[in-house]
Design a binder for this molecule. Structure first.
Ligand SMILES: NC(=O)c1ccc[n+]([C@@H]2O[C@H](COP(=O)([O-])OP(=O)(O)OC[C@H]3O[C@@H](n4cnc5c(N)ncnc54)[C@H](OP(=O)(O)O)[C@@H]3O)[C@@H](O)[C@H]2O)c1
Length: 268
């Protein structure tokens, strides 16, 4: 059963309303829900959502039609350097401060049986390791690099969040398996912790956060939902609203942490 969005337990700090521009990377289930949550919660914010196709997919097109003055679409594949450079240039030309970046991209599996998460060491393939690290680890840190010049221009607080996963926690790994996804998310966490330490010196107003959305209904999780206990599978709207509440309650002093949808810190 999928948990509904009501009963959102976001813990927003009551700080000044968000103004400027928000960037949501990836128009998957959580990315679209994040864009919806931002539009609803921050009326003074304009938002760009990115996708890998030159033209938005139908679900994204519907979202764009609902907020034509506040939501725009941009092309971005995090594995393409020229697209990251083009994004940086678009952000550089914004006439509003870049207030918030949420990276909602991720890769867990491709077509079965060859691109399923590894249950055993013997199933591990170089190609899966490469793809998982390219999307789940190198993508987020290269995104941070691309948005840094624009974030640096922003006065006051700003947030850079990227979707990780609890299974990327080394301390919390009691089950094993899923080698390439676990390791790539752990690498993302280390890379973004390192970014947070650098930005603490160079951009003291920015909070960097790795986020876990809970078990959430999406194409990424669909083949593995049978093992989720009843009532524990969230809708993307529920996870997005909860994560946004958690994120906006974080201050620059919290930068460099790993947080779950319910506001609990996750061990590295
Ligand atoms: N769902 C869960 O239960 C769960 C649990 C823990 C963590 N997470 C994390 O939450 C995040 C969002 O996942 P989701 O559940 O919303 O899955 P999703 O609907 O499959 O979305 C994943 C998105 O990542 C995009 N993507 C893949 N490769 C990319 C690349 N090279 N450049 C840019 N975008 C790329 C996909 O684009 P295409 O559609 O074009 O492939 C898709 O839009 C991921 O980081 C995931 O690891 C999810």
């Amino acid at each position: 059963m999928v948990n509904s969005p009501q009963g959102e337990n976001a813990t927003e700090s009551g700080a000044a309303p968000l103004q400027g521009h928000g960037l949501v990377v990836a128009d998957g289930a959580l990315g679209r829900a994040m864009a919806r949550a931002l539009l609803a919660r921050a009326p003074a914010l304009t938002v760009t959502i990115t996708g890998r196709a030159p033209d938005p997919r139908p679900a994204t097109r519907r979202l764009l039609q609902q907020a034509p003055d506040r939501l725009a679409y941009s092309l971005l594949d995090l594995c393409r350097d020229e697209q990251l450079a083009s994004l940086a240039s678009q952000l550089d030309h914004l006439d509003r401060p870049l207030r918030l970046v949420v990276n909602a991209s991720g890769w867990l599996h491709g077509p079965a049986p060859h691109q399923t998460p590894e249950k055993r060491l013997a199933a591990l393939r170089r190609s899966a390791l490469h793809r998982s690290f390219a999307v789940n680890a190198w993508g987020p840190v290269l995104l941070a690099q691309a948005v840094a010049p624009s974030l640096k221009q922003t006065d006051g607080r700003a947030w850079f969040a990227s979707l990780s996963a609890r299974v990327g926690s080394i301390g919390d790994n009691h089950l094993g398996g899923w080698y390439s996804y676990r390791a790539a998310k752990a690498a993302q966490n280390q890379l973004l912790k390192t970014v947070a330490l650098e930005w603490r010196r160079t951009m003291p107003g920015v909070c960097v956060a790795c986020l876990h959305p809970g078990a959430m209904d999406s194409p990424l999780s669909r083949p593995f939902q049978a093992r989720v206990p009843p009532g524990k599978l969230f809708t993307p709207d529920f996870s997005a609203a909860a994560l946004l509440g958690v994120l906006l309650a974080l201050t620059p002093q919290d930068s460099g942490g790993f947080w779950a949808w319910d506001g609990q810190p996750i061990p590295w």
